[in-house]
Design a protein. Structure first.
Lengths: 87, 316, 400
């Protein structure tokens, strides 16, 4: 009986994840010297790909789609978009 | 004198507004899947991630058909796109389904946030009746409308909130038609006139303001709260993907999309624009307005001013 | 406790005794009094439930979707245009496997504009995956609502159920009805447990993710299995009910005087009472006629019909509805296709009682005469007979 009740109705359990970093045609590069650590890039990143490690702001390239919002919004001009080069 | 101090204060706080919010939310777990297939520079995705961080795990999330549903927030196959319970209501029963969930949780004596993150089509057009009904019945639900001014997921068709003269695939620009011939439905004001406990407009360029409003909505226990979130769409509005936030900011700075809140129908501005920009500055960077002539821009300026004045006359 | 109640009130009593958590309904003729009765019970504190006075039928069923996903036992009722407005969430109720119980107080579909009885509304939505039970009288209305919850919430079924009662003929006619004791109902109906689909922050899952075709096919097959299971489960539910309450309805199909019958009538809903009287009268004349009262229209009890109609010469089906496109009554063509490849009696379709027209003793008597003639001549001259349009019948219906 328990078996019959398994998956009789549409539900999802495991997390659905797409490696959206693979879409990128340009990538953000950060000049840590210029970074004022204001956090603007972090809150505006649509994919939530910016994180802080050892008090430095970094981008998770696994999911960053390369939209360029971080570079445009950065008040310190610490981020530039460069062409993504893949092997 | 007081006004000058306010101006200075605004200049200062605006510049550093993000820091406080950033510190607050930075270490909160992201409850949305890290990889969902939104377009590059998606405004709606910004709004959803922040909302989930504010509401936290004790939330049940409705994602109706539309962009957020299409990109996998409800998952695909046997998966889920969020770390909170999430479901697809029908496009036209969002508020009713949420009301049913909330009523049963109330009955069980369990507190939970029931939250809709719905597009403008499901909110202002086909789902409007049930939203209006839920508002009138004081259903204790939180409803965020991410307004990208059209049916973007199905390929950029006009909706009730598509603005005057805007190009969409169903209001094309040609010899006899020049974009949408009608003005947009003033959805947040319509909701405010339901005299529900809380209604607000918000913009993804002013996230601190948005977060504050989310927190106010979360506190409401005696009825519906509604947040109308302005979320530009690079794909549908025809602008480059890095300009989403900039365009959102311009919409506020030109009074095209003023920020305000209303408690039980009483309106109050939450963002005073001291240096109002002409609406032209906004229109010229958004591709869906690229066909506009100077006369048409002036006409839109007039409409924007009139709508703002009307709002001002209602505000405290 | 014995009370004199109309069908709407009987349904409200059935709902109340089943202890629903959330009720949402929108008034529509002829279901309106049902909503009023339920609202009154809630207001008086006799029924402890969340009552949601929605702005449309679409929302009524949608509220119940949310409530059921949060674990609630739910109840609603509608008619006709309300049901068709509900169609979008209606289909989804069954495909999400939500055990909602909904009364359909049956009424014609417009156009032409009509507020009167007919089974067109409920019959038209037959392929949307619900279980549909049609009842004969007000006692059966009440009892079937309680039974419907047991059936809907059975682990082998987990599907929504419609209890269909004829608008006005049952909904607005008062009859003597025994109201069961709450303790007995509690014994019969255990609390609902929803664990295969739910919305709960303690166990976050997604409900209804985008589903590719192969997986969707899997869910469709499971759904059909659930419906098939309902046939067997309902027999057990009805028997259990009989043991506790002393009223047994013979499950999916009730046979009446069928033992030596050569001619069979098939009826659905309140017309069955009239058929009972007229079969008795025909028997007095020596006609070997019986009838089958079809209670479970969905899932359609194909196997039972094949068994019950084995060796029967002539079958007449009275339909209070039409099947557009098949050009007969709906139950008629369904029954005909169910018998294909098995014993195939001569069959005729009788359409009667549309738009609030009565199905009188005269109508049923005439139907029996028609069937006798078919038996004698061994041929069906006219397969579909519109009872209220045939001049001969119209002028002087046969009451004997």
């Amino acid at each position: 009986m328990e078996e019959y009740l398994d998956w009789i109705a549409p539900i999802g359990k495991d997390l659905y994840v797409i490696r959206t970093g693979e879409w990128r045609y340009q990538k953000p590069e950060r000049d840590h010297e210029k970074c004022k650590k204001c956090g603007t890039c972090l809150i505006f990143c649509p994919t939530g790909s910016i994180y802080v490690e050892d008090e430095r702001y970094e981008t998770d390239y696994e999911y960053c789609k390369g939209c360029g919002i971080c570079a445009r919004e950065c008040r310190a001009d610490a981020i530039i978009m460069v062409e993504e080069v893949r092997e | 004198m007081g006004e000058t101090i306010d101006k200075i204060k605004w200049l200062l706080t605006d510049k550093y507004a993000n820091k406080a919010l950033e510190e607050e939310i930075r270490d909160i777990e992201d409850l949305l899947s890290p990889g969902v297939s939104t377009c590059l520079g998606c405004g709606a995705e910004v709004g959803l991630r922040i909302a989930l961080k504010i509401f936290g795990k004790n939330t049940i999330l409705a994602i109706p058909p539309g962009c957020m549903g299409g990109v996998g927030v409800v998952g695909y196959g046997l998966t889920t796109g969020a770390k909170v319970p999430v479901f697809f209501p029908l496009l036209d029963n969002i508020a009713s389904m949420l009301a049913g969930i909330k009523r049963q949780f109330n009955r069980k004596g369990e507190k939970v946030y029931v939250l809709a993150y719905a597009g403008d089509g499901g909110t202002a057009d086909v789902g409007f009746q049930c939203l209006s009904g839920a508002a009138e019945r004081d259903e204790n639900i939180i409803y965020i409308c991410y307004d990208n001014e059209g049916y973007m997921n199905t390929g950029i068709q006009r909706s009730g909130t598509t603005p005057y003269k805007a190009w969409t695939t169903t209001t094309p620009v040609g010899e006899s038609r020049r974009g949408k011939p009608q003005v947009s439905k003033n959805m947040p004001l319509i909701m405010a006139m339901h005299e529900v406990p809380y209604v607000a407009t918000a913009s993804i360029a002013y996230l601190e303001d948005y977060a504050t409003k989310l927190k106010k909505a979360a506190k409401v226990e005696d009825g519906l709260s509604y947040i109308h979130l302005f979320t530009p769409c690079p794909t549908g509005w025809r602008f480059s993907t890095d300009k989403t936030i900039e365009i959102s900011r311009l919409a506020v700075e030109t009074n095209f999309f003023p920020l305000w809140e209303a408690k039980y129908g009483k309106i109050r501005f939450t963002k005073k624009i001291w240096f109002k920009k002409p609406v032209k500055e906004y229109l010229k960077v958004v591709g869906k307005y690229s066909h506009l002539t100077e006369e048409e821009i002036e006409e839109i300026q007039k409409l924007v001013d009139e709508r703002y004045d009307m709002l001002k006359s209602l505000a405290r | 406790m014995i009370k004199v109640v109309d069908g709407n009130q009987a349904a409200a009593f059935g709902a109340k005794l089943s202890k629903p958590d959330v009720i949402a309904a929108y008034p529509i003729t002829p279901q309106t009094p049902l909503v009023e009765y339920v609202a009154t019970m809630v207001a008086r504190g006799e029924l402890d439930a969340e009552m949601v006075e929605v702005e449309s039928e679409h929302s009524a069923l949608s509220v119940l979707h949310g409530a059921a996903l949060a674990g609630a036992r739910t109840f609603t009722a509608t008619s006709s245009q309300g049901l068709s407005l509900m169609y979008e969430p209606y289909f989804r109720t069954s495909t999400l496997r939500l055990p909602v119980v909904m009364c359909i107080v049956t009424r014609e579909m417009i156009s032409p504009q009509s507020v009167w009885g007919g089974q067109q509304d409920a019959v038209t939505v037959r392929d949307a995956g619900w279980i549909q039970l049609y009842v004969e009288n007000n006692q059966e209305v009440l009892d079937t609502v309680i039974q419907a919850y047991r059936l809907a919430e059975d682990k082998k079924v987990m599907l929504p159920v419609n209890v269909c009662l004829d608008g006005f003929y049952l909904s607005h006619m008062a009859e003597k009805v025994e109201i069961p004791e709450q303790d007995d109902v509690d014994r019969f109906l255990p609390p609902l447990k929803m664990d295969y689909i739910k919305l709960d922050p303690k166990e976050p899952i997604s409900v209804d993710p985008l589903t590719p075709g192969g997986l969707l096919t899997h869910y469709r097959k499971k759904h059909m299995e659930g419906l098939e299971n309902a046939k067997e489960v309902f027999e057990a539910v009805d028997r259990d009910f009989g043991e506790i309450f002393g009223r047994y309805y013979h499950g999916k199909i009730e046979p009446y005087r069928m033992d030596d019958a050569e001619i069979a009538l098939v009826t659905m809903g309140s017309m069955s009472g009239t058929a009972r009287v007229m079969v008795d009268k025909a028997r007095e004349r020596g006609v070997k006629v019986g009838f089958l009262k079809l209670k479970m229209f969905r899932p359609f009890p194909k196997e039972e019909f094949r068994e019950l109609l084995e060796g029967i010469d002539v079958v007449g089906v009275i339909d209070r509805n039409v099947s557009f496109g098949f050009s007969s009554g709906t139950v008629f063509y369904e029954l005909k296709s169910a018998l294909m490849g098995h014993h195939e009696p001569l069959m005729a379709s009788f359409i009667a009682g549309l738009g609030g027209m009565d199905i009188t003793k005269g109508h049923v008597g005439t139907v029996i005469r028609f069937l006798e003639k078919i038996q004698q001549t061994k041929r069906v001259e006219k397969e579909v007979i519109w009872m209220d349009l045939e001049e001969e019948i119209w002028e002087k219906p046969l009451t004997r």
